[in-house]
Design a protein around this ligand. Sequence first.
Ligand SMILES: CC(C)(COP(=O)(O)OP(=O)(O)OC[C@H]1O[C@@H](n2cnc3c(N)ncnc32)[C@H](O)[C@@H]1OP(=O)(O)O)[C@@H](O)C(=O)NCCC(=O)NCCS
Length: 183
Amino acid sequence: MIFADEIYMLNGKKILLRSARADESQMLIDYLKTVTRETRFLMSEPDEIHYTKEDEEQFINEHNQSEDSLMILAFVDGEYAGNCSFESKSGSRRTKHRAGMGIALFQKYTGFGLGKLMLKRLLTVIKNIGFEQAELTVVGNNEKAYHLYKSLGFKECGIIPNANKYDDGTYADDIFMVLKFYC
Ligand SMILES: CC(C)(COP(=O)(O)OP(=O)(O)OC[C@H]1O[C@@H](n2cnc3c(N)ncnc32)[C@H](O)[C@@H]1OP(=O)(O)O)[C@@H](O)C(=O)NCCC(=O)NCCS
């Protein structure tokens, strides 16, 4: 799906939300390497990001052309700030009503409401195209993200203890959260 350009003002900053273009593949790879270095709350270590420009271009095109997935990029005063996305859990007809989603911003663009704005827009799209629930996984001590998801209506529904083991030998849990649009 394509997310048509939307412009907002937030904290005195101009926010542009839009889909990615295929020629932004290197920008997205560099972003992944940076955000995985900046936080322990994402799915991998920076040295595990091995996507090629071609892989990333395919990822962008698949999201733009698909009926049931979407990636929204955010730009703050013209600078790329991060993205959020969803994909259908459509391995079979039984799971087609579920959308999995995620978000990551560069640290310098956190803490002034951008994440909440992006997730509200993403959730509106997910609901409007007919998904019955949105799902995500958050690392146990990611209090900011957990608070944000709760404030959007997500409910905690399970924990995998020690799901993440870091290079320094410490662990963190994974928490599963679900937002049901129709109860
Ligand atoms: C998590 C993330 C998407 C949140 O986006 P953000 O723009 O920083 O968050 P916002 O400013 O929109 O809102 C955060 C909310 O958490 C609150 N908050 C901030 N710090 C907090 C903390 N330490 N504990 C609890 N709540 C906190 C804010 O007050 C705000 O709540 P409110 O809307 O009720 O006032 C962003 O910080 C990020 O990308 N972090 C790095 C990657 C990451 O953790 N991704 C999520 C993986 S599940």
